[in-house]
Design a protein around this ligand. Structure first.
Ligand code: SF4
Length: 280
């Protein structure tokens, strides 16, 4: 069996940075005898979360009911209101908001002074919650969330500023953009992150060259699920696995097997999958 690794896979810059900051936060918390938390799971990878938990990092969503300590804000960012609540409760924040996301949040605060904001993203996604939760002079911005093209018809024709969740699905985005064409005064302020676009290209590339593709990443990782779906839509078998123990027997039956991984999959997990395949 020929194994073909994708040109782009594994951690994006924002995830690597968040993990580095988590190490700093744990070291600081140990030195100052403080509890250490992450705001939601730092990344969608069970092995990494288990390893951080072993070293004392617990996952919380809210300051309520938790002893103040060190809190790592993940790459997706945090709403201004929640940020203020953690600070008021006495938490020390290590902010790993990805610089790309941070830039978008600052731009939302700027554009919202003159335009209602359209956010194209997934309902409840932490990055979307951070975008919806931008405050100006203590007041939450006015925003409209669009998750699919059918929702565009509920908008009135006025000059909107549009922001896109950095990991949003490219096909869905194009559909929504087509529907938004009937509005003549729309400004698109940002785009999907190039890191997501490169991963998508790599997935399409693999689907074109291989009989099937192993897509490695957490079961809850939206970008891993999207990559697996992309491969399936190209008519190729995609096996979504979390680690080498989940490689299905059928995967060994293909002549050419592609290896792809989501943005929150550690390289150690990818290497272990490749080693296991090579042993057979
Ligand atoms: S996908 Fe892009 S924007 Fe999102 S965390 Fe990674 S580098 Fe940052």
């Amino acid at each position: 069996m020929k194994i073909v690794p994708a040109k782009t896979m594994g951690y994006c810059g924002g995830v690597s940075r968040a993990l580095d900051l988590a190490e700093e936060a744990i070291a600081y918390a140990i030195e100052h005898a403080l509890p250490v938390y992450s705001l939601g799971p730092l990344i969608h990878n069970p092995q990494v979360i288990a390893s951080l938990a072993k070293r004392g990092m617990s996952v919380i969503e809210d300051p309520e009911g938790h002893e103040p300590g060190v809190l790592v804000v993940r790459a997706h960012g945090i709403s201004d209101t929640l940020h203020n609540r953690f600070i008021d409760a006495g938490f020390l924040l290590f902010d790993a908001t990805c610089p790309v996301v941070r830039h978008n949040l600052s731009n939302i605060a700027h554009w919202a002074k003159t335009h209602p904001i359209i956010i194209i993203g997934h309902q409840g996604h932490p990055e979307v919650l951070a975008m919806q939760g931008v405050l100006i002079d203590g007041k939450q911005i006015e925003s409209f969330l669009i998750t699919k093209r059918e929702e565009v018809s509920a908008l009135s024709n006025q000059p909107y500023a549009v922001f896109v969740q950095t990991t949003f699905d490219q096909v869905l985005l194009e559909e929504i953009r087509t529907s938004l064409k009937e509005f003549d005064r729309i400004v698109y302020v940002n785009e999907i992150c190039p890191s997501s676009i490169n991963r998508r290209r790599a997935a399409l590339d693999l689907a074109g060259q291989c009989d099937a593709v192993l897509v490695i990443g957490g079961r809850q990782s939206a970008n891993t699920k999207a990559l697996a779906e992309l491969v399936s839509n190209e008519g190729k078998k995609a096996y979504h696995i979390e680690d080498s123990t989940e490689i299905p027997a059928e995967a060994f039956s293909h002549d050419t097997l592609g290896i792809l991984a989501g943005a929150s999959t550690p390289s150690s997990v990818i290497e272990d999958v490749v080693r296991t395949l090579q042993k057979e």
